[in-house]
Design a protein around this ligand. Structure first.
Ligand SMILES: [Zn+2]
Length: 364
């Protein structure tokens, strides 16, 4: 299988348009025409991970953090990142990063973190401003099912944990074919009445092109009566962080023990909860302290993230349990998330997860 097939598959899942402005996701090293022998998944690319890929005969590394983050003016091996890029090129290993785009999708990084804690009813904590369109199209009633199917396949009709969502109403369409037309139904110069359905579907911005293509390919009319509306509602399908419920309420100490076990965190810096009672939990993988006010607003009893600076902890005092479990620890479940997603569709090469501990920080 060619690498571009894997790249397209990953970008259908976590579109590059969802990455933050500062980010550098996508294929960073390698030719997308190369054949994939095996994939190694990691949180970041280090020299150990490249050596591991060579050893385990993987020629693609899919990492969460991009190894090339800022513009590179020279490539001399003065930093580990530069040495990794040189090693990857010398060993014909492709490097692919799936970073803030994976943080932003429903079922992404923070969902993996929440699933590991056994949270239920998970919702995105900070839904993005809409990147949704509504497509309205009129179609002869007998073509509704086939057209809907094609539009769903192209990426229309997803909403949170639901897919194939649509609304339809029945009505009468009419038109008059003019000279030079080739109508699906009717005769030149005569008004034609047709039993039509008005279909309404949600379409994310990154699928708009594919959905429009599917619309024109699968609609029986020569001229397709349709309209696109850009929506301003918040998207429940994209955004950072999650909030959900623990299977049963925990005391502070119990939650700390659970986090140590689930995330492999040796030390946890935290602010205790107000009432020593935690049931509703907000989470954000990586550096998510900017979502603290949203976690409080969501009535979470606890907010778990990483990279929290000293002064930020004061904002949580006597308000919400706040814990910093470490950046690596908060994202470690992302490795299995990516690997499982690739394995769910790709069966003709091995998908390996790294055995290297790439966390540069020692906790003692
Ligand atoms: Zn991170």
């Amino acid at each position: 299988m060619k690498l571009n097939y894997l790249v397209n598959f990953l970008e259908n899942w976590a579109p590059l348009t969802l990455q933050e402005e500062y980010d550098n996701c996508g294929l960073l090293v390698g030719n997308d025409e190369m054949k994939v022998s095996a994939v190694l998944v990691s949180l970041e690319v280090t020299e150990e991970v490249i050596l591991e890929a060579i050893d385990r005969k993987a020629n693609v590394i899919v990492s969460h953090h991009p190894v090339i983050f800022k513009a590179v003016n020279s490539l001399t091996g003065k930093t580990e990142a530069e040495r990794c890029v040189i090693m990857a090129i010398e060993n014909s290993i492709a490097l692919y990063a799936i970073h803030t785009n994976l943080d932003s999708i429903y079922g992404g990084v923070s969902f993996a973190m929440g699933t590991a804690m056994g949270l239920s009813n998970m919702k995105i904590l900070a839904p993005r401003d809409s990147n949704l369109y509504q497509l309205v199209v009129h179609v002869p009633a007998e073509h509704t099912d086939a057209l809907s199917k094609a539009l769903f396949q192209a990426g229309a009709g997803s909403l949170g944990n639901y897919d194939q969502c649509k609304f339809s109403t029945n009505g009468k369409g009419s038109y008059r074919p003019l000279n030079g037309s080739n109508p699906y139904l009717g005769n030149i110069g005569k008004i034609q009445l047709v039993n039509e359905e008005r279909l309404e579907l949600l379409v994310p911005s990154w699928s708009k092109g594919a959905v429009e293509k599917a619309l024109f390919l699968n609609h029986p009319y020569e001229e397709v009566s349709h309209a696109w509306f850009k929506l301003t509602n918040k998207s429940s399908n994209t955004g950072f962080g999650v909030v959900g419920e623990l299977p049963s309420a925990l005391k502070d100490e119990e939650l700390i023990e659970k986090m140590k076990f689930v995330y492999g965190a040796k030390t946890i810096r935290y602010i205790p909860s107000k009432d020593n009672y935690i049931k509703r939990v907000a989470l954000c993988g990586g550096a998510g302290i900017d979502l603290l006010s949203l976690a409080i607003k969501s009535e979470a009893d606890a907010f778990i993230t990483s990279d929290i600076s000293y002064h930020k902890f004061f904002d949580a005092k006597k308000v919400i349990f706040l814990a910093d479990i470490g950046h690596y620890e908060s994202e470690r479940h992302t490795i299995e998330l990516i690997a499982d997603h690739i394995r769910s569709k790709m069966t003709n090469f091995a998908v390996l997860t790294t055995e290297s501990i790439t966390n540069p920080i020692i906790t003692s």
